[in-house]
Write a protein that binds this ligand. Structure first.
Ligand code: SAM
Length: 267
């Protein structure tokens, strides 16, 4: 990662809920249906965060282990999404302290693109999953399927060199582009690799809901907004507001959001 690019800041589970948890909860069912996990299976959720996918696994009748590098998010998961069939564990996706072939399936949503070495995480998901088990992963399509985020990023880039640097870092990454995860899955040695788009709506109540969610979230753009001079931030906010309103009264807006999801089988 470029030294001037901050890392994803997984520090406040409540802020995460407002920024993404409310939407990742909507992704859970289509993502897990695509993955094909079944009741009775023991399933690993890598980068479980505040536990939206882990809980959905338990509700499908799976025994779930959620692993995350953020103690703060794990505390949020235990508080909001505890379940008798779930164990939440602190750990690094790139080097899991879990036995080889000890899961029927492994899944990971919205984490592969913030893990510093995704190749290691993919290899670890393969290692801990039994032969014949499915390994599935999903992340946002930044190439055009993430308008609610790109609206801020592109307008911010007009006014701020930090936003321009973020755009140049964030958008070309292969994992947030169509077939990028499929490429990684084939490289990792999975068979029967399939990648699909999954669409969910991000529904904001008002511009304030949208702006608070984007400007206080754990993202690199939120960190950049907080670090820049206040008059520049205000100018960006004003222009983003115009784009949000598009001349209509303030109120709810619904943005389609594309998740690219991949699955493969451990040989
Ligand atoms: C955008 S959140 C996704 C959380 C959850 N899967 C969801 O869909 O809401 C990304 C998560 O990846 C976690 N993460 C980042 N690097 C990690 C690593 N090396 N090992 C484990 N988790 C990591 C972060 O702590 C954060 O909880």
């Amino acid at each position: 990662m470029h030294p001037s690019i901050p890392a994803f800041a997984a520090t406040d589970p409540d802020i995460y809920e407002r920024f993404m948890g409310r939407w990742s909860a909507r992704m859970a069912d289509p993502f897990l249906s695509f993955a094909g996990v079944e009741s009775g299976q023991r399933v690993l959720d890598v980068g479980c965060g505040t536990g939206t996918i882990t809980l959905a696994l338990a509700q499908r009748g799976c025994t779930a282990v959620g692993v995350d590098a953020s103690e703060a998010y794990l505390a949020g998961a235990r508080h909001r999404r505890s379940h008798p069939a779930i164990t939440y564990e602190h750990g690094d996706a790139q080097s899991l302290a879990l036995a080889t072939a000890s899961f029927d399936a492994s899944v990971s949503l919205l984490a592969i693109d913030v893990i510093p070495e995704p190749e290691k995480a993919a290899a670890e998901m393969r290692r801990v999953t039994r032969p014949g088990g499915v390994v599935a992963c999903g992340t946002s399509d930044f190439g055009g399927g993430n308008y609610s985020f790109l609206m801020l990023l592109d307008i911010g880039a007009v006014f701020d060199e930090g936003f321009r640097a973020l755009r140049e870092y964030l958008l070309p990454r292969r994992l947030v582009r169509p077939n990028g995860q499929a490429q990684l899955w084939r490289q990792t040695g999975f068979t029967d690799v399939v990648e699909v788009p999954i669409v969910v709506n991000f529904d904001y109540e008002s511009f304030d809901d949208y702006w608070t969610s984007q400007a206080t979230g754990p993202t690199r753009t939120a960190q950049r907004l907080q670090a820049m001079p206040v008059d520049r931030r205000d100018e960006i906010q004003q222009h983003v507001r115009l784009a949000y309103l598009y001349g209509a009264p303030d109120g709810s807006r619904s943005y389609a959001h594309i998740i690219r999801a991949v699955r493969g089988i451990v040989p």
